[in-house]
Each structure stands twice: as structure tokens, then as C-alpha cells.
Design a protein around this ligand. Structure first.
Ligand code: G6P
Length: 581
């Protein structure tokens, strides 16, 4: 949700910043801008993708600068609303990720004092406030320190001023990391743009302000100097490159066997007591795909372990907190989703024990939760969650395994092989049926119902085809009215206690003219006879079948989006990390 990059050093800043912003485009990509200090402060801002205007932004001269790639919140995506924003004099420039909740009242006061605003953003108030404080202090660091207490909301900001050879960075509830080079420093929303320059990083904490020069960095918590350690970040350049794949999404789908294996290894000895015991209720909070992973967990846990679990949307939990006790688990691949973090804070206020499951070391959620379990997906660049989803499942399945006395050890140890098998399958017939569809229904029962939700979400996000996931038995309560030859149904129909009713449901759908694509178990003759397209999946256990059907639906969505010529990695209007409520 907006990406920021800053640089100070011996090299030209703008190409480094523009290149860094491209790597952060997954956080937002409706407009971007760069401000550089050379002989003066120059700003270059553009609507649209970075690749379209990289040359003009990347050719500004100077060795100190800041940049921003935007996911609009306040003000439409256009050149004026894009960052950096400057003060009235044009001497101070600022980029911001987050939301200033009290910007309206601050703006009214600043307007009354005679400040001129150019944009509709909440961000612009910050740079005008700094301008005022600078007049009093004549020092950029002091001006920023004096400004931040007036702000309510979340921010990661970078600030520069013409004539000052330093970069000021500050964060509160939005991520910010400093990269430590040799005679140069970097700042960014995460390590992705920094890894090709340095593996040494300082993760700022909420309330930190850093004054960064070419040769040193001084960090303050409010006004007090603090030491933050330099950490070595274990990321490889290949992790953030496409590596010969047409899209990051495809690369990340192909990385799933390894990611699942790595995560299972990492949580092999996961201990769940004392947080979770069979007698304490478990509540999960999550958003988007992470919610779907949580819902799969609920079904698996209740079926395998006979332990009740409930799941709530993070966005609902904060404002309508249900009565909770025991353990609350927040699932968030980015570790930055504002709604999930708020929900965990709310749960803490209700004296619950909180656990976070996330993919990002040092992310905000890990500072909020009592305990954090890390997935080992590696960086995920494509906006649509794939390997992060599968590794969330790895952690959650291992939890179910632990809570049901390690019954699934063997299955989980071989889960990656199932995903490998799926990667060899051909989905072109399914893609042919989907790409001309007006709408697609995805149906399943039990744990396959949330798999349907996730399959439909993938199709919506990247192929822009209206798709809905449904519990199979519910389709007759309304959606049947929409079934037609242009409305295929993707049905996940596995052997087990719901097999018979699924077969009946599929016949009902067929009778209403909908083509049915079935994901079933290998050699299921009954299913083959009644559906239009049958895709046999490996596995005879629900854990394995969940993984297999999920990967099949990811690939169907991916190839459909490619066939329709969509921008798979950066779908319109979306962002990967959603740090606003
Ligand atoms: C965004 C992403 C989704 C993701 C959701 C929750 O909407 O596009 O892919 O599932 O946020 O993100 P989280 O980081 O909390 O898992």
C-alpha cells in the first residue's frame, strides 16, 4: 500500500530510486514520483506505471533523493496527488506511506495560516507542518521531530530539504527499513529494492526517527537517541527476480513445492502449548486470501481434531468485537494488514493470547502478537497470493497435526510432491471454458468450500471475470437463477461423506445448462460421466486434496488471465500490502 525508497550516497540517486520503486510496485502502482537534490530540489511525478515514465524520473541529477509508488487513498490517482509533496516554498519534499487520520483539521488550520495546498491528499499536511517547524528550528531533524506528535494515524515518511545533505526517515505503524551500504544509505518500505545493493539493514521501530547522512545514521525514539542493530538479511537477488518466467505469479506458483517443504521443516517441532490447548477456544482473524486459509484451518481442525474454531474478518472484528477468550490467531502474509493488526490489538485488550502467522520477519504484526510463527515462502512479488497461501496452509495444517496427535506427519512431509504433480497438469481445456465465461461459480463442501472461495478470488483478481465461491449446497438458494451455458461451475468433488450430495448438486447444475468442470479423485467414473470436463487430482486424504485443488485453481486463474491479456502481476485497483483500514 504505497512503496517508498530513499537514497543518499556517492552515486546518482534517481536511477537507484526508480529501479527500487519498480520492485515495490506490488504495493501500489497508480502513479509515482521522485524528488532529487542536486544543484536544487527537482521533482518528477507521473500518473500510471513506472515503466512508462522511468526515463524522465530516472534522469534527475543528484546524489540524494526520495521516491514513491502510490495506491490512492485520499485523492484520485493523478500527477498532482502523487508523491513527493512539497511545502509552499518548494524547498522541502516528502513521501508517505500510511494515512493521516486527522489531516482535515490540520489542513483547515494550515490553510487559515496561509499555506497553499496543491493536492487532495492527507499527506500534504505533513510537509506544510514541517515547513512551519523548520522556520522555528532551522533544522530538518528537529522540524520533523516537532511535527510528528501532531499526526494521528499511520506513516512511514522520508523527508529531504534543499541545502541539507541528509535524509530524514520516520515510522509509525507503517514499515520502513534502512539499508546500510559502503558510503551510502538506502531507505525503503521493505528489503526487496535494497537486496541488490546491500544485505545489511536496520529495521526502524514505531516512533523512531532517523537522520541519515552519507556516512552515518543517528536514530531517535521521539527525541531520545537509541541504538538499533544492523541485521544481516537472508534474501537472495534471485528471490526478487522473475528468473525466466513470464510473470512473478507463475514463478511463485512453481516455487510452491519448495516453499511448502521449507515451511513444514521450519515448523516441524512447533509447540502449541501453553497458548493452545484443547479446552481453550480458538479464534482466527484475517483478510483476503489469508481469511480463506483460516477457514480451511477451521474445517480441518474441527474434522481432524474435533476442536471448535471460529474465524472473523479483521475489518469486522475491530468495530464489532465478538466475545472472545483463549487464543486469537492473526494470519497475514505481509504482516502489515491494518485490519488484522487492529483485530489482534482488540483481542489483546480482551486478555486473549495472540499468535501471528506471517511471512515477513520484523513486520508490524510480529511486534503486536505475543508470539509469531513465520512461514518460509520467501518474497512474493505478484499481488495475488499463491506461495504465501500455500505456506500459510503448511503452518495451519501443522497446527492441526499437532492438535490431533501428529496423525498427519507423513502426509505433511510429502505435501510438496503433490504440488509438484499438479504443476505437470494441463489446464488448457478448463481455460477455454473459463475465458469466455460471463461469470463462474466455484463450489465445494467442507474444507473445499474455502478452497472454492480462494479459487474464485484468484479468478476475480487477475482475470477480471466475475467469480463466486459457494458452499455447494447453497447454489440452489439463489445463484441457480444465474446458471447458463455462459456460466460454468467448477466443482470440487472428492470421495468422502459429501460425495453423494455433491454428485446430486452437479446433476442439478447440469440440468440448468451450466457446463461443469470437476476436480475429482483419479479414476472417478461416476463423475467423468456427468461433467463436461474432469480433472483428476492426486491424493486420498483431505489435506492433500486441499493442496492439489488449490494449486489447480491457481493455475486455471493464471492461464485464463494470460489468455485474456491481463496484467497478471499487477491487477487493476489492488495492492499486495493493505496498510489502511
Ligand atoms: C491484499 C492482497 C491479498 C491478501 C490480503 C490480505 O488484498 O492483495 O492477496 O490476501 O491483502 O493480506 P495479508 O498480508 O494480511 O495476508
Amino acid at each position: 500500500m504505497c512503496g517508498i525508497v530513499g537514497y543518499i550516497g556517492r552515486r546518482e540517486a534517481s536511477p537507484i530510486i526508480v529501479d527500487g520503486l519498480k520492485k515495490l510496485e506490488y504495493r501500489g502502482y497508480d502513479s509515482f514520483g521522485v524528488a532529487i537534490i542536486g544543484s536544487s530540489l527537482t521533482v518528477s511525478k507521473h500518473q500510471g506505471r513506472i515503466a512508462e515514465n522511468a526515463n524522465s524520473a530516472g534522469s534527475l541529477q543528484g546524489k540524494l533523493g526520495i521516491g514513491h509508488t502510490r495506491w490512492a487513498t485520499h485523492g484520485i490517482p493523478n500527477e498532482i496527488n502523487s508523491h513527493p509533496h512539497t511545502d509552499c516554498s518548494g524547498e522541502i519534499a516528502l513521501v508517505h506511506n500510511g494515512i493521516i487520520e486527522n489531516y482535515a483539521e490540520l489542513k483547515r488550520a494550515l490553510l487559515a495560516q496561509g499555506h497553499t495546498f496543491r493536492s487532495d491528499t492527507d499527506t500534504e499536511v505533513i510537509v506544510h507542518l514541517i515547513e512551519d517547524r523548520y522556520k522555528e528550528t532551522q533544522d530538518l531533524l528537529s522540524a520533523v521531530q516537532a511535527t510528528l506528535p501532531s499526526l494521528k494515524g499511520s506513516y512511514a515518511i522520508l523527508v529531504i530539504r534543499n541545502g541539507e545533505d541528509r535524509l530524514i526517515a520516520a515510522r509509525c505503524a507503517s514499515p520502513l527499513v534502512l539499508g546500510v551500504g559502503d558510503g551510502e544509505y538506502f531507505a525503503a518500505s521493505d528489503m526487496t529494492p535494497l537486496i541488490e545493493h546491500t544485505e545489511r539493514a536496520v529495521f526502524l521501530e514505531d516512533g523512531d526517527i532517523a537522520s541519515v547522512s552519507r556516512t552515518s545514521v543517528a536514530i531517535f525514539h521521539g527525541n531520545e537517541p537509541v541504538n538499533r542493530p544492523i541485521e544481516l538479511v537472508d534474501l537472495r537477488l534471485e528471490d526478487v527476480k522473475k528468473g525466466g518466467f513470464a510473470h512473478y505469479m507463475l514463478k511463485e506458483i512453481y516455487e510452491q513445492p519448495q516453499a511448502f517443504y521449507n515451511t513444514i521443516q521450519a515448523v516441524r517441532d512447533l509447540s502449541l502449548s501453553p497458548e493452545i490447548t484443547c479446552i481453550s477456544p480458538i479464534t482466527l482473524v484475517a483478510c483476503g486470501s489469508s481469511f480463506n486459509a483460516g477457514l480451511i484451518f477451521k474445517y480441518l481442525l474441527e474434522e481432524a481434531g474435533n476442536i471448535p474454531a471460529r474465524i472473523e474478518f479483521g475489518s469486522e472484528f475491530k468495530y464489532f468485537p465478538p466475545p472472545v477468550g483463549g487464543t486469537v490467531i492473526g494470519i497475514t502474509q505481509s504482516g502489515e494488514t491494518a485490519d488484522t493488526i487492529s483485530a489482534l490489538l482488540q483481542a489483546k485488550a480482551q486478555n486473549c493470547c495472540t499468535i501471528a502467522i506471517t511471512n515477513v520477519l520484523g513486520s508490524s504484526v510480529s511486534r503486536v502478537a505475543d508470539r509469531t510463527i513465520f512461514m518460509r515462502a520467501g518474497p512474493e512479488i505478484s499481488v495475488a497470493a499463491t506461495k504465501s497461501f500455500v505456506t500459510q496452509l503448511a503452518v495451519l495444517m501443522q497446527m492441526v497435526n499437532r492438535l490431533s496427535e501428529n496423525t498427519y506427519d507423513e502426509i505433511l512431509a510429502h505435501g510438496h510432491h503433490v504440488i509438484e504433480e499438479l504443476l505437470l497438469m494441463d489446464f488448457s481445456d478448463a481455460v477455454d471454458l473459463c475465458m469466455t465465461a460471463q461469470s463462474i461459480f466455484y463450489v465445494g463442501r467442507g474444507a473445499f468450500y474455502p478452497v472454492s472461495l480462494e479459487g474464485a478470488l484468484k479468478m476475480k483478481e487477475i482475470a477480471y471475470i466475475h467469480a463466486e465461491g459457494y458452499a455447494a449446497g447453497e447454489l440452489k438458494h439463489g445463484p441457480f437463477a444465474l446458471l447458463s451455458p455462459k456460466t460454468p461451475v467448477i466443482a470440487i468433488c472428492m470421495p468422502g461423506k459429501t460425495y453423494g450430495v455433491m454428485i446430486s448438486n452437479i446433476k442439478e447444475m447440469k440440468a440448468r445448462g451450466a457446463p461443469v468442470i470437476a476436480l475429482g479423485s483419479a479414476g472417478d467414473k461416476e463423475l467423468i460421466d456427468i461433467v463436461d470436463l474432469y480433472l483428476p487430482l492426486p491424493g486420498n486424504n483431505v489435506f492433500v486434496q486441499v493442496l492439489a485443488s488449490l494449486v489447480a485453481l491457481q493455475l486455471i486463474a493464471y492461464y485464463t488471465a494470460v489468455a485474456l491479456g491481463k496484467d497478471v502481476d499487477k491487477p487493476r485497483n489492488l495492492a499486495k500490502s493493505v496498510t489502511v483500514e
